[in-house]
Design a protein around this ligand. Structure first.
Ligand SMILES: [Zn+2]
Length: 346
């Protein structure tokens, strides 16, 4: 790796994730349903990243799900497989509704600026460091969701298009933008679309961990020589996993749910290699300390210690960025942003 960055302020992000703090019971129910579905799937025989046979020994278990370490690439895989049936059962699509107020638009812009502009800036800064200028950058964002990252790229003056399997998300993103920034591509057509798309940068922000046919997608990237850089963010085996395993009465934001496998530095390198890429630059900033803070708040509340929670919260929040930065620097953060570069690119 040629560049590593750590840390990011979580203050604003924290305000956006309120449900996790106030709806612990409901979130646990949702998570239990997702675990039921995963546990009904066949056992996973091969590592999601390198295809190596998985061992029997469990690294850890949380919310009834067991996780195994790949002996070859270090990737952490759930014992049960994330199949098409699993995906159909856990990714529920909300119907699209045309009732968006001015307040919704403001909330959208706030989320885009707080969470997605820093990601777009990291990408732009890296590509400019590689000698590209704004006119020479064309970004295709796969799994574009509500279009936040595409909007953030456009806000920085970059050409960006998003593709997304959910029609409702595409309609929502385009309505928020007032123009078509996303297009719908059915899941089974995505590898073929990616293999010929005329973009030099592909982005996958919180997406690869959800893809059932991950190998087809990485092969499509490998085969499309237009693609020079891939920007991804994925969940990591991290302090958040430990906090979740040790506090199973608190909602598991990180492992479980729709995250059935967790990356390591070595499994990301292995995935990059399979694609014909190298890891060029990384930025680690986790939500581990936010998870710790949330779990303490939930438990203080549930134990009748609301006033202690109120006493403790501002003290903890004044330290949270520094605490997280220590976790990030020690390579134990819940999330990584990585920019991969095609290996034969000068
Ligand atoms: Zn592996």
């Amino acid at each position: 790796m040629t560049g590593r960055l750590y840390g990011k302020s979580v203050g604003e992000v924290l305000k956006i994730k309120n449900d996790f703090f106030e709806q612990n019971g409901k979130m646990l129910e949702l998570s239990a349903h997702q675990a039921d579905v995963l546990l009904a799937q066949p056992l996973r025989k091969k590592c999601k990243i390198c295809g190596c046979a998985l061992p029997d020994e469990t690294m850890y278990s949380s919310q009834r799900m067991e996780y195994l370490v790949c002996p070859e690439c270090g990737h952490v895989n759930s014992r049960h497989e994330d199949t098409e049936a699993f995906a159909r059962a856990v990714y529920l699509e909300d119907p699209y509704e045309h009732h968006y107020s001015e307040a919704d638009r403001e909330a959208y812009l706030k989320r885009m600026r707080t969470i997605y502009i820093p990601k777009a800036e990291f990408l732009l800064e890296t590509l400019e460091g590689e000698g590209l200028n704004k006119d020479g950058i064309r970004i295709l964002d796969d799994g574009a969701g509500s279009g936040y990252f595409v909007r953030a790229c456009q806000e920085l003056g970059l050409t960006a298009l998003g593709i997304e399997i959910s029609e409702a998300q595409v309609q929502f993103a385009n309505e928020m933008a007032g123009t078509d920034i996303l297009k719908t591509v059915p899941g089974e057509e995505i590898p073929a679309f990616l293999s010929v798309a005329e973009f030099n940068v592909f982005s996958f922000i919180g997406v690869l961990e959800h893809i059932v046919n991950l190998q087809e997608v990485t092969e499509a990237i490998r085969d499309n020589e237009n693609v020079q850089y891939v920007y991804l963010s994925v969940p990591m085996i991290s302090l958040s996993c430990v906090l979740e395993a040790a506090n199973q009465d608190c909602y598991n934001r990180h492992a479980g749910g729709t995250h059935t496998h967790l990356f390591t530095d070595s499994s990301i390198e292995r995935m990059a290699e399979n694609m014909g890429f190298t890891v060029h630059r990384t930025w680690k900033f986790g939500s581990d300390m936010m998870d710790l803070f949330r779990m303490l708040c939930v438990k203080l509340d549930e134990g009748g210690n609301r006033s202690m929670k109120e006493y403790f919260s501002p003290k903890f929040l004044s330290m949270i960025d520094e605490l997280q930065e220590v976790v990030d620097r020690h390579e134990f953060a819940s999330e990584i942003h990585a920019i991969l570069k095609r290996a034969d690119l000068k």
